[in-house]
Design a protein around this ligand. Structure first.
Ligand code: SER
Length: 336
């Protein structure tokens, strides 16, 4: 009798442990789409530190860097391929997806249909898998590009005129509305923020209008000179990557009831134009010279806000930025 009771306890214990293991793996596994990109590189690093490497699956259509490959699981995924995406989600029992794949503003203007196809198809694939309950939570970024030429330029509010004039901006505004639709209609827990231009030193952005604010640091350090494609007084809202990562993880970790806006939240840190950024860099590299050769990207930038009001993000889920122009420039020049 005693032996039977002992065996029974052991079996219950084993079942309990297996159940806990299953729950743990279901609860914590996240998939990052676009992991080799500017945001993905930093986000993978941060999430692997907090969640543990095996729980953070990196993926990209590109071959991964050696560093990314060595630091945890990696899967090659073309996000337009829903079956492949589903296969990876099932394989790792993924519960959260960070969808960072996008063709940015300047590149999408050159190949509008490709930009639209990539940006929208990839979003629908993720939203549909969430609607079918294969994942529990989604992060998808929007952008200041979702605003347009008749949007109020200064202190742009959360709710205002939105008339984007680029393919990228149209895909972001449409995506926002689809996220809201999937939340309201199917209860999909999708969260989003409108990133300003993002500045980082680990990976350079590709094909954006705000890329100058990263290139300038590399050129200032390597050549002491930079030729800027935006006019010296074209101001844009910007953010340092540690703050962008903080906002991204902050909105994803917030309790669902605090996320009251399911299109996308305004978030802000600081704004500057190329001249002001150049002057700040000169405080560290006095001989630095900035020249101007304005191209089409200036026209895109002129259609975007110059500064953003992010009251709702601060009030609803406690968003706060840490870096200003001065501290960002100091840190970039030290780390680049
Ligand atoms: N950084 C993006 C771009 O310039 C805007 O979100 O396209």
């Amino acid at each position: 009798m005693r032996f039977i009771s002992f065996c029974f306890k052991v079996v219950i214990r084993i079942i309990g442990l297996l159940f806990l293991r299953e729950m743990a793996s279901m609860r914590d596994t996240v998939l990052i789409l676009g992991a080799s990109g500017q945001i993905g590189t930093d986000l993978v690093h941060s999430l692997r530190e907090t969640k543990g490497s095996p729980n953070v699956i990196a993926s990209d259509i590109r071959k991964p860097s050696e560093e990314l490959l060595q630091s945890g699981p990696f899967e090659e995924i073309d996000v337009r391929d829903r079956e492949r995406l589903f296969e990876v989600i099932k394989k790792y029992k993924v519960s959260e997806v960070y969808h960072l794949v996008a063709m940015l503003s300047a590149t999408a203007e050159k190949t509008p249909m490709k930009g639209w196809d990539l940006n929208m198809q990839s979003l629908f694939n993720v939203l549909e898998l969430a609607r079918e309950k294969h994942v529990q939570k989604i992060y998808w970024p929007s952008s200041i590009a979702a605003f347009g030429p008749t949007t109020p330029k200064e202190d742009t509010p959360q709710f205002t005129v939105m008339d984007p004039g680029t393919v990228y901006g149209i895909s972001k505004l449409s995506g926002e509305l689809w996220c809201d639709y999937y939340f309201k209609k199917y209860g999909v827990d999708v969260r989003s923020i409108r990133y300003p231009g993002l500045i980082s030193y680990k990976t350079e952005p590709g094909g954006g209008t705000t890329d100058y604010a990263v290139e300038i640091f590399h050129r200032a350090k390597n050549a002491g000179q930079y030729t800027c494609y935006l006019a010296e007084d074209t101001a844009l809202p910007m953010m340092y990557m540690p703050d962008a990562i903080k906002a991204t993880i902050g909105i994803m970790d917030a309790p669902a009831e605090k996320i009251k806006i399911r299109t996308s939240y305004n978030v802000a840190a600081f704004s500057f134009d190329p001249h002001t950024l150049g002057e700040e860099i000169k405080k560290h590299i006095p001989d630095f010279v900035i020249n101007y050769k304005v191209d089409d990207r200036n026209e895109i930038a002129l259609g975007w806000p110059q500064s953003i009001n992010d009251t709702e993000a601060r009030e609803h889920w406690g968003w706060q930025h840490d870096y200003n122009l001065k501290t960002m420039v100091g840190d970039m020049l030290k780390k680049i």
